[in-house]
Write a protein that binds this ligand. Structure first.
Ligand code: GN1
Ligand code: MG
Length: 385
């Protein structure tokens, strides 16, 4: 990532300095770099320098501009995050500098708000940067997968007694796969950008999968599976691990913490981290589910959740993986055919490429489905003894 040293007349630097000042960060901005792994918000690591001589300190932070097209209730979202982080902290009190490694601390403005709206209506927030940490977008290291599973499992365990009715559903039906597919097919009828012809095969595949992949949403609506407080965006790079021991430090990106199904958190994590290729890999021959990595994740996750997840929930994990992969394919495809307004793209057809890549992964999961299910059941039996 390119590090920018501050120069006069750089509008990004001026905006970031304004953000640091409003959040009462001591010193002045000396450096920033954009972090580009998210598809929604715009994120920067900023470094501020304060003090003189031996007292001179350079402290990093994360500043983020929230995408208000996606999150149209950002104040409610910040309130959700506050409630969830407080609940987690009440279970693992840690103070001082060391404590900051284990939590996201949102800085406050003079008005005691954990967000700032600029005069031109941008929505910003600022947190500590977790030192000596590492996050993985791609890895074949089974230990990393195990630790990521452990982290997301612990996250759910910490929230098992959190009163979900306090949370506002900031994106209604976020993981309602049935509705996502219905929306896609409605847009296919309209074909607003004339792009559907290019993706006829993909639309057909998703159409064939619609019943199978609507089952979890239906069971949830009927109350057949328990609602949990879920993270809803369990990509491996949303966990920070200790850079030496690889033990989990903190789960980040709490924007979509809402009530949901455990199987979606499990499924989204393996969709991303146990894929032999990147989420947007154009060469489909490289895309497949790596069952060894899947097993490592499942072991870490189930060890932290076995004492509260029900047998019925365990039986839905493999289905969660296939369902969320089909769901994300439908979301990428929907964005492509409606003109790329939701996900940030690096080139014009990226959403189409992402959708195809996720469909290739879903096809491979269908082949490996029995094995995926068996691994979860066996691991649960082993852990429960
Ligand atoms: C978006 O931008 P990021 O990485 O936090 C999306 C997720 C998708 C993910 C796919 C709010 O997450 O649902 O799974 O892209 N977040 C939102 O990479 O839509
Ligand atoms: Mg996210």
């Amino acid at each position: 990532m390119e590090i920018n040293h501050i120069s006069a007349g750089d509008p990004v630097a001026a905006r970031l300095q304004e953000i640091c000042t409003v959040f009462r960060i001591p010193g002045r901005l000396v450096e920033y770099e954009q972090i580009t792994c998210g598809h929604i918000n715009t994120t920067y690591k900023v470094v501020c320098e304060s003090g003189q001589g031996d007292d001179k300190a350079r402290i990093p932070y994360i500043a983020q501009r929230v995408n208000q097209y996606v999150f149209n209730e950002p104040v409610q979202m910040m309130r959700n995050i506050d409630l969830v982080t407080e609940h987690i902290m009440s279970k693992q009190p840690q103070s001082g500098r060391e404590g900051r490694r284990y939590r996201l601390h949102y800085h406050h403005t003079a008005e005691r708000r954990n967000y700032y709206v600029t005069p031109d209506n941008e929505f910003w927030r600022l947190t500590n940067y977790v030192d000596e940490s590492v996050g993985f977008s791609a890895t074949r290291n089974p230990k990393v997968l195990h630790m990521v599973g452990k982290a997301f499992g612990q996250f759910q365990a910490q929230l098992v007694d959190f009163d979900a009715s306090q949370l506002v559903e900031t994106i209604p039906n976020f993981h309602n796969t049935r509705k996502r597919l219905e929306t896609l097919f409605a847009h296919v009828e309209e074909d607003p950008c004339g792009r559907c012809g290019e993706v006829a095969e993909e639309i057909e595949f998703l159409y064939v999968q619609r019943d199978r992949c609507s089952e979890l949403s239906r069971s949830y609506e009927l109350g057949l599976l328990p609602p949990r407080v879920t993270h809803n965006d369990t990509k491996a790079n949303n966990v920070l691990l200790d850079k030496d021991t690889l033990e989990p430090l903190v789960v980040i990106d709490l924007d979509t913490v809402m009530p949901g199904l455990a199987a979606y958190d499990f499924g989204d994590a393996v969709r991303f981290a146990a894929n032999n290729a990147a989420e947007n890999e154009p060469d489909l021959s490289k895309v497949s589910l790596n069952l060894d990595l899947y097993r490592s994740f499942a072991e870490g996750y189930i060890q932290s959740t076995a004492n509260f997840l029900t047998k019925e929930e365990m039986a839905t994990m493999a289905s969660g993986a296939l369902t969320i992969t089909v769901e994300l394919a439908s979301r990428f495809l929907d964005d492509y055919i409606t003109g790329d307004r939701y996900f940030m793209i690096g080139y014009p057809t990226e959403n189409k490429v992402r959708a195809r890549s996720q469909i290739a992964l879903a096809k491979d999961m269908i082949q490996k489905f029995e094995e995926m299910d068996r691994i979860v059941r066996e691991t649960a039996l082993k852990v429960r003894g």
